[in-house]
Design a protein around this ligand. Structure first.
Ligand code: TRP
Ligand code: SF4
Length: 438
């Protein structure tokens, strides 16, 4: 199995995806103590993560952290696109610095849009919707890949430690792939890692909230971040914690520096073996690694390194389209667009695929199947905030007490409220776009 970020596959078996790619489960322990956890976190829609523990720690200890995500405009913005920005707005409300990349280079390379067209879509469609949904201008920068010199520089420079076979293994490129396309994952790595440059807030935990189709980019960015580190902290074969210098210049100085940092962290029982470029810490455990690593990372900058902390990521499931296939701008019946009229949305909802039985009689007897129902998905992802109300719908559907007709009408009403609210706010949003662009 391969995850292809540029295909339009829908993924059914998320547990299998997790296992196959070593994605961690996004368990309750990771979100239950966050401030007012967002419904997408509570409802297992975000089903997996890499390295979210670092973010959790930063939030709990009130240390700085950042969000970086990107959008590749593809037609009009619909409910599927809304999820990432809902997450971003939540994280902004709990203190993250926000960065949003408009992936115009990628859209040009992979979707056949011109940079100009992408710009139009971003400025007139996506960003105003983000603002209407509640994104605030404070601590928030939106930028275009093609205009961001530091991002592009990083893409070139960091690419030094990626070779062609790694790119083939990760993306399955073949001989016909064009060079701009091949290069676009490096630009995305530039997006993800640039926020840790001094100029943009420095070395700190960074979370990339994305759909699971983006996991290849996440793996690549994490590999690249790791490859550029000067230190590596790990468990050794004989179960000790070791700090290793990965480069061949300034070894003594780097070891001195690590020793000093370890002392500051109260690790005093150290064994330094310069020939191995190593310091072994006698009384440390696996749990100490992230903290040690964070302090070492920050110190790498003064030795000319980047000190990137591995970027963390969360992965969400995709909302199914109203027709049962993927929600996609190219199939208008499958999607509800944020700029759509409530009447049009209602019509699509009334035609949507449900988990209802073939006849009313059947449904009363055996109940419906909310787990395979687009209306229920609308409630779950977007329309119902109250967990208890959602649960009640689930139960009464299962028991055959809730009928699809009434259920659809209720969904249409909720959708109307949501759309009107967004559209009202959009009226002033367009004038505010400039405040968000860096
Ligand atoms: N590749 C993403 C997409 O297809 C867009 C993107 C560009 C992105 N840069 C990013 C996503 C950085 C997350 C982080 O939608
Ligand atoms: Fe879906 Fe509602 Fe019908 Fe149940 S009653 S199958 S939740 S539309």
């Amino acid at each position: 199995m391969k995850i292809d970020p540029w295909s339009s596959t829908t993924y059914q078996d998320y547990t299998r995806l997790r296992k196959e790619f070593g994605i961690q489960e996004f368990s309750k322990d990771l979100w239950k103590d966050l401030p007012h956890p967002h419904r997408l976190l509570r409802r297992d829609i975000i089903f997996g993560h890499r390295g979210f523990e670092l973010i959790y720690e930063a939030i709990r200890k009130k240390k700085p952290w950042a969000i970086l995500t990107g959008l590749m405009p593809s037609g009009k913005m619909h409910l599927g696109h809304k999820m990432v920005i809902d997450e971003v707005i939540y994280y902004q409300s709990i203190g993250a610095d926000i960065f949003i990349a408009v992936a115009d280079i990628e859209a040009f390379a992979t979707r056949g849009y011109t940079l100009e067209e992408t710009k139009e879509l971003a400025l007139n469609e996506y960003i105003p919707n983000y603002i209407a949904l509640g994104l605030k201008p404070e601590n928030c920068r939106i930028y275009f890949q093609s205009k961001h010199q530091d991002v592009k520089d990083l893409a070139y420079i960091l690419g030094k430690k990626v070779n062609w076979s790694q790119m083939i293994a990760t993306y399955g490129f073949d001989n016909s792939a064009n060079m701009t396309h091949i290069f676009s994952p490096l630009v995305q790595t530039g997006d993800i890692l640039h926020v840790q440059l001094e100029k943009y807030g420095g070395v700190r935990p960074t979370l990339v909230p994305v759909g699971v189709d983006q996991d290849p980019h996440i793996r690549l960015s994490r590999d690249i971040a790791q490859a550029h580190r000067l230190y590596n902290v790990t468990v050794t074969k004989d179960n000790k914690i070791g700090v290793f210098v990965k480069v061949d210049t300034e070894i003594e100085k780097l070891l001195d520096n690590a020793e000093k940092i370890l002392h500051q962290l109260q690790f005093n029982d150290l064994k330094r073996i310069t020939d191995y470029k190593a310091i072994y810490i006698q009384k440390a455990t696996k749990e100490d690694i992230p903290k040690i690593d964070e302090f070492l990372a920050k110190s790498e900058v003064k030795f000319g390194g980047y000190g990137f902390i591995l970027p963390s990521a969360t992965f969400h499931r995709f909302i199914t389209g109203l027709t049962g296939e993927k929600m996609s701008s190219s199939k208008p019946e499958s999607a509800i667009f944020l700029t759509e009229s409530p009447q049009e949305a209602r019509r699509k909802i009334m035609n949507a695929k449900t988990g209802g039985a073939v006849t009313l009689k059947e449904q009363k007897k055996h109940g419906g199947n909310p787990s395979d129902c687009m209306i229920y998905e609308l409630f779950l992802y977007h329309l119902i905030e109250d967990d208890k109300e959602l649960k009640d719908i689930y139960k009464s559907c299962k028991k055959g007490e809730q009928m699809c007709g009434i259920c659809k009408k209720y969904a249409a009403e909720c959708m109307e409220k949501l759309l009107l609210k967004i559209q009202e706010k959009r009226k002033t949003a367009e004038k505010k776009v400039k405040q968000y662009l860096s």
